[in-house]
Design a protein around this ligand. Structure first.
Ligand code: PRT
Ligand code: ZN
Length: 304
C-alpha cells in the first residue's frame, strides 16, 4: 500500500469498499444515488469525491474491519459475516473499535453448516468428532462451543465446498445464497448459523466536528436512498366505504392523503407511501375491494 496516500486526513471522510467482488457494484451504485461524484480509477487506492468531503478506498473485503480498527479509514461497507469473523468473534481483536451503523439491504447470504447429501443428519450433535472445513473459523468455533460439540476445524481460504470430496473434511461451514453451489457439489445445507448482509461500519473513535457533520450528511443521504428504494408511492380511486380495508391491505402505509371524487361522497382518491414492497397480490386485493386506476410509482428520495 502507498503509505502517502493512505494517511488519514482530518477534514475528509475515508470510506473503504470492496475493490472487486460481490459488493462493489451495489456500493458504487448507492454512492451515485447519493449524488456523490467520483472520478473512479480502480488502479488507485484512494479515489477523491469531487463534490463531497469523502474519499473511497478500494480494498479486499477481508481487510476492511482491520483498516477501520487501525485508523486507516473512518468508514466501510462490508459483509456482516466479515465483521463478525474478523472482529466480534475474534477474542484477540478489540471488538469495541468498530461499530455497525446500518444494514445496507444488499449482499444477503447466510453462513451455514452443510453435509454430504448421503449423510443422515439429525442435529448439530452429529458433528461431534468430525472435521469441518471453513473460511470462518472464529464464527464456527464460537458456534460449536455454544452447542457443546467438539469438532476439528479445517481452515481453508476458498473453494470450501470441495473439501468433503477431497476427503479433507466431513462437513463444511460456508456462505450460501441460492444454495446452487452446495447442490452441484452433492451437499445439503443443514444449519444456518449466521445471517448476513452488507453493513455500513464506522470507527468507534471520535470524529472531528467537521467529519461528524460530513458523516451526518452522508448518513442522511444513504438513509434517504435506502428508504426510497424500499418504498413506493401508490395512487388509486376507491369506494369511500373500502378505506378501512385498503389501510389493512397496503404494507406499511403511512397516513394517506384522501380526496373526494365528485360530490356524492361515494368515491375517493387515495395517495399514500407504502414502506414495504408492493406485490402483485397486494394490487389484486385492492382491486377486489373496489379500487380502480391503481398506480404504483418508484420514489427517488425520502427525507424525513
Ligand atoms: O477479493 P475479496 O477478498 O475482496 O472478495 P471475496 O472473494 O472474499 O468476496 P466475495 O466478493 O465473494 O463476497 C463478498 C461478500 O459478499 C461476502 O463477504 C458476503 O458478505 C457477500 N455474499 C453474498 C457472498 C455470497 N452472497 C455468496 N454466495 N459471498 C460469497 N458467496 C459465495 C459462497 O462462498 C459460495 O462459494 O458463493 C457461493 C455460494 O453461492 P450460492 O448462490 O451458490 O449459494
Ligand atoms: Zn475476501
Amino acid at each position: 500500500m502507498n503509505l502517502e496516500s493512505s494517511k488519514l486526513p482530518s477534514h475528509r471522510l475515508r470510506l473503504a469498499i470492496q475493490k472487486s467482488g460481490r459488493l462493489t457494484e451495489k456500493s458504487l451504485a448507492l454512492f451515485l444515488q447519493c449524488g456523490l461524484d467520483f472520478d473512479l480509477r480502480k488502479d488507485r487506492l484512494v479515489n477523491e469525491c469531487k463534490n463531497f468531503p469523502i474519499d473511497l478506498m478500494l480494498v479486499r473485503d477481508d481487510d476492511i474491519p482491520e483498516y477501520i480498527s487501525d485508523g486507516v479509514c473512518h468508514l466501510g461497507i462490508v459483509g456482516e459475516n466479515v465483521v463478525e469473523e474478523k472482529c466480534f468473534s475474534n477474542p484477540h481483536k478489540n471488538r469495541d473499535s468498530i461499530l455497525i451503523v446500518r444494514k445496507m439491504g444488499f449482499g444477503s447470504c447466510r453462513l451455514s453448516l452443510a453435509v454430504p447429501d448421503k449423510m443422515n443428519f439429525q442435529g448439530v450433535k452429529d458433528l461431534e468428532g468430525t472435521r469441518i472445513a471453513t473460511s470462518y473459523p472464529m464464527i464456527l468455533s464460537q458456534y460449536l462451543k455454544q452447542a457443546r460439540v467438539e469438532a476439528k476445524i479445517v481452515e481453508l481460504a476458498g473453494s470450501v465446498e470441495i473439501a468433503p470430496s477431497l476427503k479433507i473434511a466431513d462437513a463444511i461451514c460456508d456462505l450460501v445464497s441460492t444454495g446452487g453451489t452446495l447442490r452441484s457439489n452433492g451437499m445439503k445445507e443443514v444449519l444456518p448459523i449466521f445471517k448476513s448482509q452488507a453493513v455500513l461500519v464506522r470507527s468507534a473513535a471520535t470524529f472531528t466536528p467537521e467529519l461528524d457533520l460530513a458523516f451526518a450528511r452522508l448518513l442522511q443521504r444513504i438513509n434517504g436512498v435506502i428508504h426510497a428504494s424500499e418504498s413506493k408511492y401508490i395512487m388509486m380511486n376507491a369506494p369511500t366505504v373500502a378505506l378501512k380495508e385498503i389501510r389493512k391491505i397496503i404494507p406499511g402505509m403511512e397516513e394517506p392523503s384522501i380526496m373526494p371524487l365528485g360530490t356524492n361522497g361515494e368515491r375517493i382518491a387515495i395517495h399514500a407511501v407504502a414502506r414495504e414492497t408492493v406485490f402483485w397480490e397486494t394490487i389484486e386485493q385492492l382491486k377486489a375491494v373496489g379500487a380502480t386506476s391503481i398506480l404504483v410509482l418508484p420514489i427517488e428520495k425520502i427525507i424525513a
